[in-house]
Design a protein around this ligand. Structure first.
Ligand SMILES: [Fe+2]
Length: 323
């Protein structure tokens, strides 16, 4: 049986910025929603400093939680870090959008600060700062073969050609905190979480059940291998601008808190039963990344490192470890 370290975190763009920048991030995201109406809880958080005090506290929590995860990862010394995240109209657009795609190249780069919002960042790095990672090519190719033989028609890519910035932000943002030195080989898995929400002509996202079963199939493969592996589930949970049941004005804390309890109790397999409608209505599209990781990890209790539930940070964020 493979020994697998599990980590769960957010990849929200604002985590790269100092707290002073978060109000602008918020403004940009809320501007996407026609007739945006802030909920009372958000107005209370914004107070008389436009949320600055909450932002400072939340930014500090994010940095501290990533430090915990970083320490666990570096103690674990994995031979491969599988990062499960979604490419959001970055490398894959509707002209060619795999439901699941595994990276099988020998190395990969990422540029976390290239967006306009990356100019002022916690690292005071230039916008074109590049982070390079070696990749476990053979392990990745063997995993793709195994998955296909197990009935999952897994796509693969040996290069990131869709744009010039390499890894999507779902993958590079957590890596900037967890392993910016590129000490460990990285195996990116791309998931079409946004699905039809990305725009006209985009294919639907996979179901929670299919994601969970993919994770189980990955685990069956890993159980045949000697490599010491870590798996990173990368995404915030409910996003306010995707929560249709609340007119895309606030994230669904109640739904996420229920799911959080299942993780805490080691009952992640129950999340495979979430319906496409529940995920769509609660703005938990990207939670599918976590559901795949839960399939890999099996039903064991998560240690919850941090939970950020302020509406002012636009999405519900959880940091978790499975040792
Ligand atoms: Fe995202």
């Amino acid at each position: 049986m493979a020994e697998i370290l599990g980590l769960g975190c957010t990849h929200a763009p604002m985590i790269l910025n100092p707290a002073e920048e978060w109000a602008d991030n918020r403004k940009r995201l809320f501007a996407r929603v026609p007739n945006y109406q802030p909920p009372a809880s958000l107005l209370a958080e914004l107070g008389d400093d436009n949320g600055r005090s909450h932002d400072r506290r939340n930014q500090q929590k994010v940095v501290q939680a990533f430090q915990v995860l970083r320490d666990k990862l570096h103690q674990w010394q994995p031979e491969a870090v599988i990062v499960i995240g979604d490419d959001q109209g970055e490398n894959f657009l509707r002209d060619n959008l795999p439901t699941f795609c595994m990276y099988t190249g020998s190395q990969v780069d990422g540029y976390p600060f290239h967006r306009p919002g990356g100019k002022v960042n916690l690292w005071e790095a230039p916008q074109d700062a590049r982070y390079s990672f070696k990749c476990p090519e053979k392990l990745a190719r063997d995993m793709v073969s195994s998955l296909i033989r197990q009935g999952f028609d897994m796509s693969s890519a040996t290069e990131m050609k869709g744009w010039k910035w390499g890894l999507p932000h779902a993958h590079i943002n957590p890596l900037t905190f967890l392993d910016p030195e590129g000490e460990f080989p990285v195996l990116p898995l791309f998931v079409n979480c946004y699905g039809e929400e990305a725009g006209d002509g985009y294919p639907p996202r996979p179901t929670a059940e299919r994601c969970y079963q993919l994770g189980r199939a990955m685990r069956r493969f890993l159980d045949t291998r000697p490599e010491r592996v870590a798996v990173v589930a990368s995404s915030s949970w409910s996003h306010s601008f995707l929560t249709h049941k609340f007119n895309c004005c606030e994230f669904d804390e109640e739904f996420d808190r229920r799911n959080l309890e299942l993780l805490r109790k080691g009952q992640g397999s129950k999340l495979a039963k979430l319906t496409p409608e529940e995920i769509q209505q609660s703005g938990d599209h990207e939670f599918l990344n976590w559901i795949i990781a839960l399939g890999v990890l099996g039903d064991r209790p998560a240690q919850i490192v941090e939970v950020l539930d302020d509406q002012s940070q636009v999405s519900f964020k959880v940091f978790a470890v499975w040792e």
